[in-house]
Design a protein around this ligand. Structure first.
Ligand code: NAP
Length: 245
């Protein structure tokens, strides 16, 4: 039987390392043609060449999610080369809070920098690519959030994240979840779907204490990128499990 994913085009932001790079590898391994997006074109090209050498259908593209001109140029490039986008994985993210400070002590600069990348960059990228996503037969938008965005778990003293109060990062991910619910509403009567996720506590440059491998950390993004028409719209997942908002 023909591979249903082989004709798809995907773009993964923040894909030069960590979970993003592995998401590109796994999606390309499923036969998807993947655009590996990095804010530094040189790093993106280097990473794409490595995956191409593994025989994977990967192409580099420059995309800084905090730059309007970079986002617009990337969307124009995808429109000119491919004419549509089937899968957008909004993976780029930063963690800037100082874990030694109380929630009220994080500086406004930290809040602004975090929100610029994790929330406003994600929304701006989605807005720019939506016209191309609407040209796909059944587009999938995957927002890489975190369990740290769950208000329900932050309010529960028995939850494993109860004491992990790094507010700029956590609230940026709560906002990504809320944005996902709003976009899911907009897409509800279309063939397109958007979901948000927690990849796991994954050992990457962002999380030296992570206990999950990077290949396992990419699994939730890949699953939600490849769901069929029976799959969810507006869900919040870790692996197969629904998370409390
Ligand atoms: P990472 O290793 O630090 O990688 C972050 C990636 O985001 C890098 O490729 C980085 O690019 C890119 N990036 C940062 N700012 C960007 C911008 N303005 N434009 C484009 N790309 C940008 O982190 P990770 O652990 O793989 O995290 C990936 C995603 O998972 C993030 O959204 C993170 O919040 C989320 N997450 C991670 C964990 C975990 O345990 N690791 C848990 C929950 C959620 P450069 O190489 O150019 O810096």
């Amino acid at each position: 039987m023909a591979n249903p994913h082989a004709s798809k085009i995907a773009l993964v932001t923040g894909a030069t390392r960590g979970i993003g790079l592995e998401t590109v590898r796994q999606l390309a391994g499923e036969g998807v043609h993947v655009l590996l997006a990095g804010r530094d074109r040189g790093k993106a090209v280097e990473a794409a060449l490595q995956l191409q050498a593994e025989g994977l259908p990967v192409e580099a593209i420059a995309l800084d999610v905090t730059s309007d001109s970079s986002i617009a140029a990337a969307a124009e490039e995808v429109a000119a080369k491919h004419g549509r986008l089937d899968i957008l994985v909004n993976n780029a993210g930063v963690f800037r809070d100082d874990g030694q400070l109380k929630p009220s002590q994080q500086s406004l600069d930290i809040w602004l920098e975090t929100f610029n990348t994790n929330l406003f960059g994600l929304i701006a990228t989605t807005q720019a690519f939506l016209p191309l996503l609407h040209k796909a037969p059944a587009a999938r938008i995957v927002n890489v959030s975190s369990i740290l965005g769950s208000i329900a778990l932050h309010q529960d003293p028995a939850s494993p994240i109860y004491h992990y109060k790094v507010p700029a990062y956590n609230v940026s991910k709560t906002a990504v979840n809320a944005w996902t619910a709003h976009l899911a509403y907009e897409l509800r009567d279309t063939p397109h779907k958007v979901n948000t996720l927690h990849p796991g506590s994954v050992k990457t440059d962002m999380n030296a204490n992570g206990d999950m491998s990077i290949p396992d950390g990419a699994r939730t993004s890949v699953r939600l990128a490849l769901i069929d028409e029976a799959g969810p719209n507006g869900g919040y997942y870790h692996l197969e499990e629904s998370l409390p908002w």
